[in-house]
Ligand binder design. Structure first.
Ligand code: ASP
Length: 411
Protein backbone atom coordinates (compact mmCIF):
# COMPACT_ATOMS: atom_id res chain seq x y z
CA UNK A 1 0.00 0.00 0.00
CA UNK A 2 2.94 2.24 0.73
CA UNK A 3 3.97 2.30 -2.92
CA UNK A 4 0.59 3.52 -4.05
CA UNK A 5 0.82 6.30 -1.57
CA UNK A 6 4.14 7.36 -3.02
CA UNK A 7 2.65 7.46 -6.51
CA UNK A 8 -0.22 9.56 -5.22
CA UNK A 9 2.19 11.87 -3.45
CA UNK A 10 4.23 12.29 -6.62
CA UNK A 11 1.07 13.16 -8.55
CA UNK A 12 0.10 15.67 -5.88
CA UNK A 13 3.59 17.18 -6.15
CA UNK A 14 3.11 17.49 -9.90
CA UNK A 15 -0.28 19.17 -9.66
CA UNK A 16 0.81 21.47 -6.83
CA UNK A 17 3.86 22.43 -8.88
CA UNK A 18 1.70 23.34 -11.87
CA UNK A 19 -0.62 25.45 -9.70
CA UNK A 20 2.22 27.25 -7.92
CA UNK A 21 3.97 27.74 -11.28
CA UNK A 22 0.87 29.43 -12.68
CA UNK A 23 0.59 31.62 -9.59
CA UNK A 24 4.25 32.64 -9.91
CA UNK A 25 3.84 33.31 -13.64
CA UNK A 26 4.32 37.03 -13.08
CA UNK A 27 7.66 36.64 -11.36
CA UNK A 28 9.33 33.45 -12.56
CA UNK A 29 12.65 34.54 -10.98
CA UNK A 30 11.29 33.52 -7.60
CA UNK A 31 10.55 30.03 -8.85
CA UNK A 32 13.94 29.75 -10.53
CA UNK A 33 15.92 31.08 -7.62
CA UNK A 34 14.20 29.52 -4.64
CA UNK A 35 12.34 26.45 -5.87
CA UNK A 36 14.40 25.08 -8.76
CA UNK A 37 17.43 24.11 -6.59
CA UNK A 38 15.23 21.55 -4.78
CA UNK A 39 14.41 20.04 -8.15
CA UNK A 40 18.04 20.06 -9.22
CA UNK A 41 18.89 18.24 -6.01
CA UNK A 42 16.45 15.48 -6.94
CA UNK A 43 17.93 15.26 -10.43
CA UNK A 44 21.45 14.99 -9.12
CA UNK A 45 20.43 12.30 -6.65
CA UNK A 46 18.97 10.07 -9.33
CA UNK A 47 21.79 10.75 -11.75
CA UNK A 48 24.27 9.87 -9.04
CA UNK A 49 22.95 6.34 -8.86
CA UNK A 50 22.59 5.56 -12.59
CA UNK A 51 25.97 4.03 -13.42
CA UNK A 52 26.42 1.83 -10.33
CA UNK A 53 22.78 0.72 -10.56
CA UNK A 54 22.83 -0.16 -14.24
CA UNK A 55 26.24 -1.81 -14.00
CA UNK A 56 25.45 -3.99 -11.01
CA UNK A 57 21.91 -4.95 -11.98
CA UNK A 58 22.87 -5.69 -15.57
CA UNK A 59 25.86 -7.82 -14.60
CA UNK A 60 23.57 -9.83 -12.33
CA UNK A 61 20.90 -9.95 -15.02
CA UNK A 62 23.28 -11.13 -17.73
CA UNK A 63 24.93 -13.68 -15.42
CA UNK A 64 21.58 -15.10 -14.35
CA UNK A 65 20.43 -15.75 -17.91
CA UNK A 66 22.53 -18.84 -17.91
CA UNK A 67 23.38 -18.86 -21.57
CA UNK A 68 24.49 -16.43 -24.20
CA UNK A 69 21.88 -17.44 -26.76
CA UNK A 70 19.09 -16.33 -24.43
CA UNK A 71 20.74 -12.95 -24.21
CA UNK A 72 20.88 -12.72 -27.99
CA UNK A 73 17.23 -13.75 -28.29
CA UNK A 74 16.05 -11.16 -25.78
CA UNK A 75 18.24 -8.50 -27.43
CA UNK A 76 16.77 -9.25 -30.86
CA UNK A 77 13.18 -9.19 -29.61
CA UNK A 78 13.76 -5.99 -27.69
CA UNK A 79 15.23 -4.11 -30.63
CA UNK A 80 12.47 -5.35 -32.98
CA UNK A 81 9.77 -4.29 -30.51
CA UNK A 82 11.33 -0.87 -30.00
CA UNK A 83 11.69 -0.23 -33.75
CA UNK A 84 8.10 -1.18 -34.56
CA UNK A 85 6.57 0.92 -31.78
CA UNK A 86 8.73 3.91 -32.73
CA UNK A 87 7.66 3.71 -36.38
CA UNK A 88 4.01 3.56 -35.27
CA UNK A 89 4.63 6.69 -33.17
CA UNK A 90 5.87 8.65 -36.18
CA UNK A 91 2.82 7.55 -38.16
CA UNK A 92 0.54 8.80 -35.38
CA UNK A 93 2.48 12.08 -35.36
CA UNK A 94 2.08 12.45 -39.13
CA UNK A 95 -1.65 11.67 -39.02
CA UNK A 96 -2.22 14.28 -36.31
CA UNK A 97 -0.03 16.78 -38.14
CA UNK A 98 -2.19 16.30 -41.22
CA UNK A 99 -5.50 16.42 -39.34
CA UNK A 100 -4.79 19.24 -36.89
CA UNK A 101 -2.77 21.18 -39.45
CA UNK A 102 -0.93 23.18 -36.77
CA UNK A 103 0.97 25.42 -39.20
CA UNK A 104 -2.03 26.58 -41.22
CA UNK A 105 -2.39 30.34 -41.44
CA UNK A 106 0.67 30.91 -39.31
CA UNK A 107 3.51 33.11 -40.36
CA UNK A 108 6.09 33.51 -37.69
CA UNK A 109 9.21 35.56 -38.30
CA UNK A 110 12.28 33.41 -38.25
CA UNK A 111 15.70 34.78 -37.61
CA UNK A 112 17.74 31.93 -36.39
CA UNK A 113 20.92 30.50 -37.63
CA UNK A 114 20.35 26.80 -37.39
CA UNK A 115 22.86 24.11 -38.17
CA UNK A 116 21.77 20.64 -39.18
CA UNK A 117 22.74 17.82 -36.89
CA UNK A 118 25.07 15.55 -38.75
CA UNK A 119 23.77 12.19 -39.79
CA UNK A 120 25.92 9.75 -37.83
CA UNK A 121 27.90 7.15 -39.78
CA UNK A 122 26.53 3.68 -39.13
CA UNK A 123 29.94 2.03 -38.78
CA UNK A 124 31.05 4.58 -36.20
CA UNK A 125 27.80 4.31 -34.29
CA UNK A 126 28.13 0.55 -34.05
CA UNK A 127 31.82 0.65 -33.17
CA UNK A 128 31.08 3.17 -30.50
CA UNK A 129 29.03 0.64 -28.57
CA UNK A 130 32.29 -1.00 -27.50
CA UNK A 131 34.23 1.26 -25.16
CA UNK A 132 37.94 1.59 -25.77
CA UNK A 133 38.29 1.98 -22.05
CA UNK A 134 35.78 0.24 -19.82
CA UNK A 135 36.30 2.56 -16.90
CA UNK A 136 35.97 5.74 -18.92
CA UNK A 137 32.66 4.38 -20.25
CA UNK A 138 31.47 4.23 -16.64
CA UNK A 139 32.97 7.56 -15.69
CA UNK A 140 31.34 9.38 -18.59
CA UNK A 141 28.05 7.50 -18.01
CA UNK A 142 27.95 6.38 -21.64
CA UNK A 143 24.92 4.12 -21.45
CA UNK A 144 25.43 1.88 -24.50
CA UNK A 145 29.08 1.33 -23.60
CA UNK A 146 28.16 0.61 -20.00
CA UNK A 147 25.58 -1.92 -21.21
CA UNK A 148 28.16 -3.57 -23.46
CA UNK A 149 30.75 -3.84 -20.68
CA UNK A 150 28.21 -5.14 -18.17
CA UNK A 151 27.04 -7.79 -20.65
CA UNK A 152 30.63 -8.97 -21.13
CA UNK A 153 31.12 -9.16 -17.38
CA UNK A 154 27.91 -11.15 -17.02
CA UNK A 155 28.84 -13.54 -19.82
CA UNK A 156 32.35 -13.89 -18.40
CA UNK A 157 30.98 -14.77 -14.97
CA UNK A 158 28.70 -17.42 -16.48
CA UNK A 159 31.49 -19.03 -18.47
CA UNK A 160 33.98 -19.04 -15.60
CA UNK A 161 31.54 -20.93 -13.36
CA UNK A 162 32.53 -21.66 -9.76
CA UNK A 163 35.42 -19.23 -9.60
CA UNK A 164 33.22 -16.40 -10.92
CA UNK A 165 30.76 -16.78 -8.01
CA UNK A 166 32.41 -14.39 -5.54
CA UNK A 167 32.54 -11.74 -8.24
CA UNK A 168 28.85 -12.28 -8.94
CA UNK A 169 28.05 -12.13 -5.23
CA UNK A 170 29.71 -8.77 -5.09
CA UNK A 171 27.51 -7.41 -7.88
CA UNK A 172 24.39 -9.00 -6.39
CA UNK A 173 25.04 -7.29 -3.11
CA UNK A 174 25.90 -4.03 -4.87
CA UNK A 175 22.64 -4.17 -6.89
CA UNK A 176 20.56 -4.65 -3.73
CA UNK A 177 22.28 -1.70 -2.07
CA UNK A 178 21.67 0.44 -5.15
CA UNK A 179 17.98 -0.48 -5.18
CA UNK A 180 17.78 0.57 -1.56
CA UNK A 181 19.39 3.91 -2.34
CA UNK A 182 16.90 4.45 -5.16
CA UNK A 183 14.10 3.81 -2.67
CA UNK A 184 15.56 6.43 -0.34
CA UNK A 185 15.84 8.94 -3.18
CA UNK A 186 12.27 8.21 -4.26
CA UNK A 187 10.92 9.24 -0.91
CA UNK A 188 12.07 12.72 -1.89
CA UNK A 189 10.42 12.46 -5.33
CA UNK A 190 7.19 14.35 -4.52
CA UNK A 191 9.17 17.45 -3.52
CA UNK A 192 11.63 16.97 -6.36
CA UNK A 193 8.86 16.72 -8.92
CA UNK A 194 7.14 19.77 -7.46
CA UNK A 195 10.33 21.82 -7.58
CA UNK A 196 11.17 20.75 -11.11
CA UNK A 197 7.80 21.60 -12.62
CA UNK A 198 7.13 24.92 -10.86
CA UNK A 199 9.82 27.01 -12.63
CA UNK A 200 8.94 25.46 -16.01
CA UNK A 201 5.29 26.45 -15.67
CA UNK A 202 6.22 29.88 -14.28
CA UNK A 203 8.52 30.54 -17.23
CA UNK A 204 6.24 29.16 -19.93
CA UNK A 205 3.06 31.00 -19.15
CA UNK A 206 0.07 31.13 -21.50
CA UNK A 207 1.64 34.02 -23.46
CA UNK A 208 4.53 31.81 -24.55
CA UNK A 209 2.39 28.81 -25.32
CA UNK A 210 -0.72 30.19 -27.02
CA UNK A 211 0.69 31.10 -30.44
CA UNK A 212 1.82 27.51 -30.87
CA UNK A 213 -1.09 25.93 -29.05
CA UNK A 214 -1.95 23.68 -32.00
CA UNK A 215 1.53 22.17 -32.13
CA UNK A 216 1.38 21.51 -28.41
CA UNK A 217 -2.08 19.97 -28.73
CA UNK A 218 -0.93 17.78 -31.63
CA UNK A 219 2.11 16.49 -29.73
CA UNK A 220 0.26 15.94 -26.43
CA UNK A 221 -2.72 14.33 -28.11
CA UNK A 222 -0.40 12.16 -30.21
CA UNK A 223 1.48 11.03 -27.11
CA UNK A 224 -1.77 10.24 -25.31
CA UNK A 225 -3.11 8.28 -28.26
CA UNK A 226 0.15 6.38 -28.66
CA UNK A 227 0.08 5.39 -24.99
CA UNK A 228 -3.59 4.45 -25.05
CA UNK A 229 -3.49 2.50 -28.30
CA UNK A 230 -0.01 1.04 -28.52
CA UNK A 231 1.02 0.54 -24.90
CA UNK A 232 -2.40 -0.55 -23.65
CA UNK A 233 -2.67 -2.88 -26.63
CA UNK A 234 0.83 -4.29 -26.21
CA UNK A 235 0.59 -5.04 -22.49
CA UNK A 236 -2.93 -6.41 -22.89
CA UNK A 237 -2.22 -8.63 -25.90
CA UNK A 238 1.32 -9.80 -25.16
CA UNK A 239 1.30 -9.79 -21.36
CA UNK A 240 -2.42 -10.06 -20.51
CA UNK A 241 -1.89 -7.13 -18.18
CA UNK A 242 -4.72 -4.73 -17.45
CA UNK A 243 -3.64 -1.39 -19.03
CA UNK A 244 -4.74 0.46 -15.89
CA UNK A 245 -2.44 -1.71 -13.80
CA UNK A 246 0.32 -0.90 -16.24
CA UNK A 247 -0.14 2.88 -16.26
CA UNK A 248 -0.55 2.98 -12.48
CA UNK A 249 2.59 0.95 -11.92
CA UNK A 250 4.52 2.98 -14.47
CA UNK A 251 3.31 6.31 -13.07
CA UNK A 252 6.25 7.18 -10.78
CA UNK A 253 8.70 6.89 -13.68
CA UNK A 254 6.31 8.54 -16.16
CA UNK A 255 5.90 11.56 -13.89
CA UNK A 256 9.61 11.84 -13.12
CA UNK A 257 10.30 11.66 -16.88
CA UNK A 258 7.69 14.35 -17.49
CA UNK A 259 9.35 16.72 -15.06
CA UNK A 260 13.03 15.93 -15.69
CA UNK A 261 12.84 15.67 -19.50
CA UNK A 262 15.52 12.99 -19.41
CA UNK A 263 15.07 9.29 -20.09
CA UNK A 264 18.58 8.58 -18.86
CA UNK A 265 18.06 10.67 -15.76
CA UNK A 266 14.85 8.79 -15.00
CA UNK A 267 16.42 5.35 -15.45
CA UNK A 268 16.80 4.38 -11.78
CA UNK A 269 13.12 5.18 -11.22
CA UNK A 270 12.16 3.32 -14.40
CA UNK A 271 14.02 0.20 -13.30
CA UNK A 272 12.52 0.37 -9.83
CA UNK A 273 8.94 0.90 -11.06
CA UNK A 274 9.19 -1.94 -13.56
CA UNK A 275 10.58 -4.28 -10.96
CA UNK A 276 8.41 -3.40 -7.99
CA UNK A 277 5.12 -2.38 -9.62
CA UNK A 278 4.99 -4.23 -12.91
CA UNK A 279 6.64 -7.51 -12.00
CA UNK A 280 9.49 -7.32 -14.52
CA UNK A 281 12.37 -9.48 -13.23
CA UNK A 282 15.78 -7.83 -12.88
CA UNK A 283 17.37 -10.14 -15.40
CA UNK A 284 15.15 -8.63 -18.09
CA UNK A 285 14.50 -5.11 -16.80
CA UNK A 286 18.16 -4.43 -16.18
CA UNK A 287 18.84 -5.03 -19.86
CA UNK A 288 15.69 -3.90 -21.68
CA UNK A 289 15.27 -0.63 -19.75
CA UNK A 290 18.76 0.93 -20.05
CA UNK A 291 18.73 -0.05 -23.72
CA UNK A 292 15.30 1.57 -24.08
CA UNK A 293 16.39 4.74 -22.30
CA UNK A 294 19.13 5.03 -24.89
CA UNK A 295 17.53 3.99 -28.16
CA UNK A 296 13.74 3.80 -27.71
CA UNK A 297 12.17 7.23 -28.08
CA UNK A 298 8.59 6.94 -29.30
CA UNK A 299 7.62 10.38 -28.02
CA UNK A 300 10.61 11.98 -29.72
CA UNK A 301 9.82 10.29 -33.03
CA UNK A 302 6.17 11.33 -32.81
CA UNK A 303 7.18 14.92 -32.06
CA UNK A 304 9.54 14.93 -35.03
CA UNK A 305 6.69 13.78 -37.29
CA UNK A 306 4.39 16.53 -36.05
CA UNK A 307 7.08 19.21 -36.26
CA UNK A 308 8.23 18.28 -39.75
CA UNK A 309 4.67 18.66 -40.99
CA UNK A 310 4.24 21.86 -39.02
CA UNK A 311 7.33 23.41 -40.61
CA UNK A 312 6.17 22.36 -44.08
CA UNK A 313 2.77 23.93 -43.43
CA UNK A 314 4.20 27.21 -42.16
CA UNK A 315 6.34 27.51 -45.29
CA UNK A 316 3.43 26.48 -47.48
CA UNK A 317 5.17 23.36 -48.74
CA UNK A 318 3.22 20.26 -49.63
CA UNK A 319 4.82 16.99 -48.48
CA UNK A 320 4.41 14.07 -50.87
CA UNK A 321 3.69 10.56 -49.64
CA UNK A 322 7.28 9.63 -50.47
CA UNK A 323 8.52 12.49 -48.32
CA UNK A 324 6.26 11.42 -45.46
CA UNK A 325 7.65 7.90 -45.76
CA UNK A 326 11.13 9.39 -45.58
CA UNK A 327 10.06 11.14 -42.39
CA UNK A 328 8.97 7.82 -40.89
CA UNK A 329 12.35 6.32 -41.65
CA UNK A 330 14.52 9.25 -40.60
CA UNK A 331 12.51 10.10 -37.49
CA UNK A 332 12.77 6.47 -36.36
CA UNK A 333 16.53 6.53 -36.91
CA UNK A 334 16.92 10.04 -35.48
CA UNK A 335 15.08 9.03 -32.34
CA UNK A 336 17.44 6.09 -31.87
CA UNK A 337 20.36 8.48 -32.11
CA UNK A 338 18.75 10.92 -29.70
CA UNK A 339 20.43 10.98 -26.31
CA UNK A 340 18.09 10.65 -23.34
CA UNK A 341 18.81 14.17 -22.12
CA UNK A 342 16.70 17.33 -22.19
CA UNK A 343 16.37 18.96 -25.58
CA UNK A 344 18.21 16.26 -27.55
CA UNK A 345 15.19 15.51 -29.75
CA UNK A 346 15.09 19.13 -30.84
CA UNK A 347 18.66 18.91 -32.13
CA UNK A 348 17.84 15.74 -34.05
CA UNK A 349 14.79 17.40 -35.58
CA UNK A 350 17.17 19.25 -37.87
CA UNK A 351 18.27 15.91 -39.29
CA UNK A 352 14.69 15.01 -40.17
CA UNK A 353 14.06 18.41 -41.75
CA UNK A 354 17.21 18.07 -43.85
CA UNK A 355 16.23 14.60 -45.01
CA UNK A 356 13.05 15.91 -46.64
CA UNK A 357 14.51 19.21 -47.77
CA UNK A 358 12.61 21.44 -45.36
CA UNK A 359 14.14 24.76 -44.23
CA UNK A 360 16.23 24.24 -41.13
CA UNK A 361 15.23 27.59 -39.70
CA UNK A 362 11.81 26.02 -39.32
CA UNK A 363 13.01 24.23 -36.22
CA UNK A 364 13.48 27.62 -34.55
CA UNK A 365 9.71 28.03 -34.70
CA UNK A 366 9.21 25.36 -32.08
CA UNK A 367 12.46 26.07 -30.20
CA UNK A 368 10.77 28.43 -27.78
CA UNK A 369 8.32 25.83 -26.59
CA UNK A 370 10.71 22.89 -26.70
CA UNK A 371 10.72 22.31 -22.97
CA UNK A 372 6.95 21.87 -22.91
CA UNK A 373 7.06 19.43 -25.83
CA UNK A 374 10.06 17.67 -24.28
CA UNK A 375 8.04 16.87 -21.15
CA UNK A 376 5.40 14.98 -23.13
CA UNK A 377 7.82 13.15 -25.38
CA UNK A 378 10.14 12.08 -22.56
CA UNK A 379 7.16 10.83 -20.55
CA UNK A 380 6.15 8.68 -23.53
CA UNK A 381 9.73 7.58 -24.19
CA UNK A 382 10.04 6.22 -20.67
CA UNK A 383 6.53 4.75 -20.51
CA UNK A 384 7.33 3.00 -23.80
CA UNK A 385 10.48 1.48 -22.32
CA UNK A 386 8.44 0.04 -19.46
CA UNK A 387 5.79 -1.35 -21.81
CA UNK A 388 8.66 -2.96 -23.72
CA UNK A 389 10.07 -4.54 -20.57
CA UNK A 390 6.64 -5.96 -19.67
CA UNK A 391 6.14 -7.39 -23.16
CA UNK A 392 9.62 -8.94 -23.34
CA UNK A 393 9.36 -10.39 -19.82
CA UNK A 394 5.98 -11.92 -20.71
CA UNK A 395 7.34 -13.35 -23.95
CA UNK A 396 9.98 -15.17 -21.90
CA UNK A 397 7.31 -16.36 -19.47
CA UNK A 398 9.04 -14.45 -16.68
CA UNK A 399 6.58 -11.70 -15.85
CA UNK A 400 5.54 -11.86 -12.22
CA UNK A 401 2.07 -10.91 -11.17
CA UNK A 402 2.25 -7.46 -9.58
CA UNK A 403 -0.66 -8.44 -7.30
CA UNK A 404 1.23 -11.42 -5.95
CA UNK A 405 4.22 -9.20 -5.56
CA UNK A 406 2.13 -6.80 -3.55
CA UNK A 407 0.81 -9.57 -1.32
CA UNK A 408 4.25 -11.07 -0.86
CA UNK A 409 5.50 -7.68 0.25
CA UNK A 410 2.59 -7.09 2.57
CA UNK A 411 3.10 -10.49 4.15
N1 ASP B 1 14.43 14.50 -23.58
C1 ASP B 1 14.15 13.29 -24.31
C2 ASP B 1 14.50 12.09 -23.48
O1 ASP B 1 15.35 12.14 -22.64
C3 ASP B 1 14.85 13.24 -25.62
C4 ASP B 1 14.31 14.31 -26.49
O2 ASP B 1 14.74 15.46 -26.34
O3 ASP B 1 13.44 14.03 -27.31
O4 ASP B 1 13.90 11.07 -23.63
Amino acid sequence: MKKLQLTTKILIGLIAGIVVGLLLGGSPEIAVEYIKPFGDLFLRLIKMIIVPLVLSSLVVGAASMGDVSKLGRIGGKTIAYYLVTTAIAVVIGLILGNVINPGAGLSIPVDANVQAAETPKIANTLLNIIPDNALSALVSANMLQTIAFALFLGIGITLVGEKGKPFLNFFESMAEVMYKIVAIIMSYAPIGVFALITPVVAQNGPAVLLPLAKVIIAVYLGCALHAIIVYSGAVKIFAKMNPMTFFKGAAPASVVAFTTCSSSGTLPVTIKSARDNLGVPESIGSFVLPLGATINMDGTALYQGVCALFVAQVYGLELSIAQQLTIILTATLASIGTAGVPGAGFVMLTMVLTAVGLPLEGSALVGGIDRVLDMARTCINVTGDMAGSVVIAASEGELRDPKELEEAKGA
